[in-house]
Design a protein around this ligand. Structure first.
Ligand code: FPP
Length: 239
């Protein structure tokens, strides 16, 4: 399928879905139309990820910093998220997709929080793909939260020695593997506070394509490029 070498596929793909606003502006449409079109790309990418049996996908949907956007855009984005969850739940159940939120759920209105928890609970037994949605997410905050939890556990005597393993368990991603590949759409070359600890050795792929135009063929091209990368994790090239 998609003529990709399955041995060279990532186990965890993370995506910064950028450029919805610019996509809309180019078409003289309101920004929200870019986000609405972006949901179609989410659907495409989730479907292909599952078909290729890539077990983890993390999408940056809303950052902690996004709350300062115009009130109307934030309101409509949250509305869109609610609609997405209602619409996709049956498909997640059918396709074995486990939905998970990373970020501060508590920042969201009660009804949306309840919906997020409901979808997480209903899909908790699914095993084919973990779909992490980063919502009100901040990588620095995630690290600080993990530090706080670690200090509490040291005080309680649950943790005696601090190492990478005990630390990473306290991140939102817990025991999941770190992303092998980060895709960022719309050309910007930055991490934007996304998965800072987890991306220490992640391969980065940036494309100029705006997120609403990032469809299956573009995703497959990114995965193919990943397959060509030589990953050394600080070591010298192995023979
Ligand atoms: C970045 O584009 C995109 C976002 C901040 C939101 C991402 C949301 C979606 C793709 C749709 C909702 C997702 C789900 C899962 C329902 P931007 O607005 O920063 O674009 P710009 O940089 O061109 O202004």
């Amino acid at each position: 399928m998609h003529s990709l070498d399955h041995e060279k596929l990532p186990a965890h793909v993370a995506i910064i879905m950028d450029g919805n606003g610019r996509w809309a502006k180019l078409r003289n449409l309101p920004r929200i139309e870019g986000h609405i079109a972006g949901v179609e790309s989410v659907r495409d990418v989730v479907t292909i990820t599952r078909e290729l049996r890539i077990p983890y996908l993390t999408l940056y949907a809303f950052s902690k910093e996004n709350w300062v956007r115009p009130k109307d855009e934030v309101r409509k984005l949250l509305e869109l998220l609610g609609i997405y969850l209602d619409k996709e739940l049956p498909l997640m159940l059918e396709k074995g997709i486990r939905f998970n939120v990373i970020g501060e759920k508590a920042d969201f209105p009660g009804t949306l929080q309840a919906k997020l928890v409901e979808v997480m609970k209903k899909t908790a037994r699914n095993r084919d793909l973990v779909l992490n949605l980063a919502l009100s997410y901040s990588g620095r905050k995630e690290i600080l939260n993990a530090v706080t939890r670690l200090i509490e556990d040291v005080k309680k005597g649950v943790v005696k020695r601090i190492d990478e393993r005990v630390f990473r368990k306290r991140l939102y991603t817990g025991s999941m593997p770190d992303p092998d590949l980060l895709i960022r759409t719309s050309g910007e070359m930055r991490l934007s506070n996304f998965l800072l600890w987890q991306m220490a050795y992640t391969e980065i792929y940036v494309t100029d394509t705006f997120w609403p135009d990032f469809k299956g063929d573009q995703y497959v091209a990114a995965l193919r490029e990943f397959g060509r990368r030589e990953r050394r994790f600080g070591r010298v090239k192995e023979d």
